[in-house]
Design a protein around this ligand. Structure first.
Ligand SMILES: C[S@@+](CC[C@H](N)C(=O)[O-])C[C@H]1O[C@@H](n2cnc3c(N)ncnc32)[C@H](O)[C@@H]1O
Length: 217
């Protein structure tokens, strides 16, 4: 993978926080995750070859593995992938292949995946459109794509807080969309939107925006 200012900015925060990501970030700020993971597993169906882009510590990949045939899960941060691999080893899950890759240049052939997921990450990428063209390229015709982002664009307060955090080199949030803007973005990137919904646990400050789509020819 080519290292540059963009890849450094996208990976720095996550690499620094990989060992504490599950407890200090997900369990603390996103109480919705257990039901989100259940919903993802049920929306994906069974016996599929699945790609997860920006897997982080593998929370999604390891959850959907039991129903999938094979899962390939990539992330730009080597530290996040180390944590994910360790969890796979500890739990004996052997149908997930984790690797360090850039979402903008996926190392897979055209049209090989039944389904792809990108959970809580497109807003953390500087050029999410480039990742979407790659996801579209590697999906089979009619392949299913489930995309989830943090609903930063749903409130001015979140937009301001996350703009400051990105500027001072903390949590990087390069795109701040609401549900309609996000669904439109997916729709304009070569996918037909099937459903869109907001998911929010009462204890969470922010919602997650959940869009199911299909690759358009
Ligand atoms: C908020 S975490 C989400 C991790 C996981 N999907 C989850 O739901 O827990 C965002 C992830 O996006 C990854 N990421 C950011 N830019 C990326 C890129 N260009 N290619 C691959 N992964 C990227 C980060 O390294 C980080 O692990």
């Amino acid at each position: 993978m080519q290292d540059n200012i963009r890849t450094h900015k996208e990976r720095k925060f996550w690499s620094k926080n990989a060992s504490r990501y599950d407890q200090s970030i997900i369990e603390r700020h996103w109480k919705i995750y257990p039901s989100l993971l259940d919903e993802l597993a049920s929306d994906l169906g069974t016996d599929n070859t699945v790609l997860e882009v920006a897997t982080g510590t593998g929370l999604v990949a390891l959850k959907v593995a039991s129903a999938a045939d094979q899962v390939h899960a990539i992330d730009i941060s080597p530290q996040m992938i180390d944590v994910a691999r360790k969890k796979a080893e500890e739990t004996g899950i052997d149908n997930v292949a984790f690797s360090v890759e850039d979402a903008y240049a996926l190392p897979f052939g055209d049209g090989i995946f039944d389904a792809a997921i990108c959970c809580n990450a497109l807003h953390n990428m500087k050029q999410p459109g480039d990742a979407l063209s790659e996801i579209r390229r590697v999906l089979k015709p009619d392949g299913r794509f489930i995309a989830i982002i943090a609903g930063v664009g749903e409130s001015l307060k979140f937009k301001i807080a996350l703009t400051i955090s990105t500027l001072i080199g903390q949590l990087p949030v390069f795109h701040k969309l609401n549900l309609d803007e996000f669904a439109n973005f997916i729709g304009k990137s070569g996918f037909a939107v099937v459903t869109k919904e907001r998911l929010k646990h009462p204890e969470d400050k922010m919602a997650l925006l959940y869009v199911i789509s299909k690759k358009e020819e």
